[in-house]
Design a protein around this ligand. Structure first.
Ligand SMILES: Nc1nc2c(ncn2[C@@H]2O[C@H](COP(=O)(O)OP(=O)(O)OP(=O)(O)O)[C@@H](O)[C@H]2O)c(=O)[nH]1
Length: 936
């Protein structure tokens, strides 16, 4: 494909040639016009003659048929009229000639036919029909037959028929006259038929000799001197039927025809002169040709100025277009030109125009498309001049700035002019744009109008062909939401959602940093590990929502104790940690912990409850108790456990001995897991004595662990471990069955029928199958439900759930006695107590032991006793060690006592011995019996 500019150049260089060609073409066209005019004139003459001849032949056939049809119709009608006339005549019986008039009057005849009555000589007597009566005498009917003959009535030719009328007399038949019928309309029909074929028709005289038809014709056309140019007969030379002739002189040629009409065998031959309607050629071909030649000449004369005008208004604009195209290298023609051909030059130009138009359309489409993309982009976009002045900006950009277009255009975004928080940023951007042509990063200030949010920005330079920067385009995406989300995630990753305090992970980061700093500065860092005492009880009795609220209260108190730089965090559950980094000596940490104990001491009002909560605090100090954050936490935790083991609500500074104890605790737990399998648990029994009667009313079964590895382990130690590691369930189950077994054994041995009380942990009681397990134990050993008593903690019975109440009711209905153990240490809602199906309240030994020395303890015991008595419950005092305590308790109205004063917990055999002595029935011997489940 050649280049469009070359095409235009070719075209311009061929202009002279094009002009010569134009002149030659004009002359050729003129010659063609002349020749074709001549040929056209000849063809027209020939065609005219041929078409006239054809038309006449067709007309002659039509007329023949028309006349014959009319004649036969007339003949049939004649016969009918004749018969009617004979009939009338016969009926009248008159003389024939005179009566014919009357006959005629009586005939029924149509108006389109003339009926004439004649005497037997053929003289018309009367006539009726459309014909004028006055013309009757002129009627020359002459010889007429039933076949029909042309006659004239005045100037009008008519087809006529005639038939004789006879009268039948006896023996002979007499002709009395004639009746003749004529058709006056037929000539008119014939004229109309001729007119339809393009001929004007005229009737010729009826008595002329038909031979010189050409003369007739010439005469008829009033050109008697015109030479006959040609004659043509109809129907293969049958000149009797008519002739077609052409005659004339010079350029005047006329054509016409004479037609002999059929049924013309009578005395009046009828001829029809037909003259073809004048066509345009008949008026003179020479004139037409001359006109055409004149036209051609005129065209040639006009061609010169027209070509000048065409050059001015047509060629020159194209030349200018060519000049314009010379500067545009992008135009490509759609086809290759043929050199030197003006037509191809034009085609090429048109192709280029098409290409331009298409490209223009595409450009407009692209422009609309990109404009729409720009306007609707969710990213904020602005385009600036090379100095950073905003030229265009999309709506997202405007709404990000909070400004209108007018206020924005012409402004320079803040991050391009500097003066932002990061003053070097603008400089960095400009350097990057100069060197790499683009910059990507985050900006905080656009500073057009209001503050811009934090945005991720991509800026790039748009250069021209020479590489000079023309514009800068910047794309912004608002990172605020993203940032907020990130911040939220960060926050959640580092904070406890309940209290808002830093979480363990965050705390560890801070602690590591503090340890590193302390290491460099040779300073100390203390870690306080705080765990709330018996927090589970709060959850279990008052619900988690109250527990949560209490945790928040604790967090608040801890935060308030801390000074700046100190960090409080929630480590998880009910554990908090505090980092102190301004210590002079470890004792400072100890003092801080004591301060915390003091501020935690007051009860907290949470969701309408007055709650007392104490913490146990373990302390570890860097570098003495650990050289890194992890070790510090571990040792503070050990110290905290030690504080728990020391009765809770105290703080302990870590010592290696505590670690040993913790280790021991771990070993204990390990051994505890296999204790049941190794048969290391034993039940001890402690009697409960009714003080008024000194009678044994029951025993409490207390578990003991005689470990092969550790010997007798204190219940305080292993029960805590069992609770912590969940072994308490397995252990509780064992206690329940063993107590039942023992009772069955005693039943068998005839030991008095006192119930055995078994301690049930909250975890155990909440097992869905707990009641089934109780039933199973009773059933397996075949003991009565009244021989079993369950000691429940306050936390169990105060748990206000439908399931707890239902389980308690079910046990009561079974006949199992229920008591509340350690009453007064929990958080019992006293009002709730009256709805519980319990029989006993056991007053905690801690109050009982102080009853004589501590007024508060005494007051508490008094209150519990009076409450129990009011609710008709049996009151059992635990931890009774002195005779004097018995006296006080009795005075207060307490019913039963349990404690070392009577007997410490004893294994079964020893208990039986003690019991026999205590009962004063020492003479009585108990048989020893062993009961196994299989025995029942
Ligand atoms: N309400 C509430 N309770 C929690 C949350 N996290 C843990 N706990 C409960 O806190 C209790 C922690 O109990 P522990 O510390 O094991 O035992 P404790 O009852 O405090 O007894 P000691 O620590 O031995 O004095 C458990 O019952 C947990 O279910 C919490 O976010 N909200």
């Amino acid at each position: 494909m050649s280049h469009p500019i070359i095409a235009v150049d070719n075209w311009l260089s061929n202009q002279a040639m094009a002009r010569k060609l134009r002149v030659l073409i004009a002359l050729g066209v003129a010659l063609l016009v002349v020749l074709s005019s001549v040929l056209l004139a000849g063809a027209a003459r020939w065609w005219q003659g041929r078409s006239a001849s054809r038309a006449l032949t067709a007309l002659q056939v039509d007329l023949d048929a028309e006349v014959r049809l009319a004649a036969s119709g007339l003949a049939r009608r004649l016969e009918s009229v004749r018969r009617d006339a004979e009939l009338v005549h016969s009926l009248a019986g008159d003389a024939p000639a005179q009566d014919l008039k009357r006959v005629l009057d009586r005939l029924d005849s149509a108006d389109d036919i003339i009926i004439v009555a004649q005497d037997d000589h053929g003289t018309p007597l009367a006539a009726r029909g459309v014909v004028v009566r006055s013309g009757l005498q002129a009627l020359q009917l002459g010889w007429l037959g039933a076949q029909g003959q042309w006659v004239r009535l005045g100037e009008r030719p008519m087809l006529a028929v005639r038939a004789p009328i006879f009268q039948d007399s006896p023996g002979q038949r007499v002709k009395v006259g004639y009746v003749a019928l004529m058709l006056p309309q037929l000539p008119g029909q014939i004229e109309r038929l001729a007119a339809r074929q393009g001929f004007a028709a005229r009737w010729l005289g009826g008595d002329a000799d038909p031979a010189p038809m050409a003369d007739d014709l010439r005469m008829a056309l009033w050109r008697s001197d015109a030479p006959v140019l040609g004659e043509q007969a109809f129907d293969e030379g049958d000149t009797q039927r008519g002739v077609l002739q052409k005659f004339g002189s010079g350029d005047e040629v006329l054509s016409g025809a004479i037609l002999n009409l059929p049924t013309g065998s009578g005395p009046v031959p009828m001829r029809l002169l037909l003259q073809q309607n004048a066509g345009w050629l008949q008026d003179g071909h020479a004139f037409v040709i001359a006109a055409l030649l004149a036209l051609v000449t005129a065209c040639l004369l006009v061609a010169v100025p027209v070509s000048g005008l065409a050059r001015r208004y047509f060629v020159q604009p194209f030349e200018r277009l060519g000049d314009a195209l010379r500067g545009d290298h992008s135009v490509q023609p759609t086809s290759s030109p043929t050199a030197g051909s003006p037509h191809s030059e034009f085609d090429r130009l048109r192709d280029m125009a098409n290409v331009l138009s298409r490209e223009n359309r595409e450009l407009r489409h692209d422009s609309a498309l990109w404009s729409s993309v720009f306007r609707h982009a969710r990213e904020a976009i602005c385009v600036t001049d090379p100095q950073g002045r905003i030229e265009i900006a999309n709506s997202t950009f405007l709404s990000l700035c909070g400004l209108g277009e007018a206020e924005t255009l012409g402004q320079i975004p803040g991050f391009l002019v500097g003066g932002t928080e990061d003053a070097t940023q603008a400089e960095e951007i400009w350097i990057a744009l100069r060197k790499q042509g683009e910059w990507n990063g985050e900006v905080r200030h656009v500073r057009i109008g209001e503050e811009f949010p934090v945005c991720a920005v991509s800026i790039f330079a748009i250069r021209d062909e020479q590489g000079a920067v023309q514009h800068l385009a910047a794309f912004f995406s608002d990172n605020t939401g993203h940032r907020e989300q990130e911040a939220r995630i960060q926050y959640l990753a580092h904070h406890d959602t309940l209290t808002g305090l830093p979480n363990r992970a965050r705390f560890m980061e801070r602690l590591r940093t503090a340890v590193q700093t302390a290491e460099r500065g040779g300073r100390m860092v203390a870690l306080l590990f705080i765990d709330l005492d018996r927090f589970k009880v709060i959850n279990d009795t008052l619900g988690h929502a109250v527990g949560d609220e209490l945790l928040r209260t604790v967090a608040d108190r801890l935060v308030r104790t801390c000074e700046s730089g100190e960090v409080v965090a929630r480590s998880g559950g009910d554990e908090f940690v505090i980092m102190l980094d301004r210590l002079r000596e470890p004792a400072d940490a100890q003092r801080a912990a004591e301060h915390i104990l003091a501020i935690m001491a007051p009860t907290a009002r949470v969701s309408g409850h007055e709650l007392a909560i104490t913490p146990s605090i373990g302390i570890a100090v860097y570098p003495e108790h650990g050289i890194d954050a992890e070790e510090l936490v571990r040792n503070a935790d050990v110290a905290m456990y030690y504080a728990k083991s020391q009765g809770r609500n105290n703080c302990q500074l870590f010592s290696p001995r505590m670690a040993e104890l913790a280790e021991e605790s771990l070993s204990l737990e390990h051994a505890l897991r296999t204790a049941a399998d190794r048969d290391e648990f034993i039940l001890y029994y402690q009697p409960q004595i009714e003080m008024a009667t000194r009678k044994l009313v029951g025993v409490e079964a207390l578990i003991r662990w005689n470990s092969q590895q550790f010997g007798m382990v204190s219940p305080a130690k292993f029960i805590r471990i069992a609770e912590e590691c969940g072994l308490i369930l397995q252990m509780g189950d064992w206690v329940l069955r063993e107590a039942c077994r023992q009772r069955a054994e005693w039943n068998l041995a005839g030991v008095a029928d006192f119930p055995i009380a078994v301690n049930v942990s909250a975890l155990q009681f909440r097992q869905p199958e707990f009641i089934r397990r109780v039933e199973e134990a009773l059933q397996i050993y075949g003991i009565s439900t009244t021989q079993l008593e369950l000691e429940l903690t306050e936390s169990i019975v105060m748990h206000e759930s439908g399931a707890t109440a239902a389980a308690l009711r079910r046990l009561r209905d079974m006949g199992v006695a229920l008591s509340i153990d350690d009453f007064g240490t929990g958080y019992s809602s006293l009002g709730y107590l009256k709805h519980l199906p319990i029989q006993k309240l056991k007053v905690d030994g801690a109050f009982v032991r102080g009853i004589e020395s501590d007024k508060a303890d005494r007051a508490i015991v008094e209150a519990i006793v009076s409450l129990g008595r009011a609710l008709d419950l049996t009151l059992v005092a635990e931890g009774v060690e002195q005779r004097s305590t018995i006296t006080v308790l009795s005075k207060l109205g307490c019913h039963v006592a349990q404690g070392y004063y009577y007997c410490r917990p004893l294994p079964a055999e020893e208990f039986v011995s003690w019991f026999s002595q205590f009962n004063g029935e020492g003479k009585r011997q108990f048989q020893s019996a062993t009961v196994t489940p299989e025995a029942h």
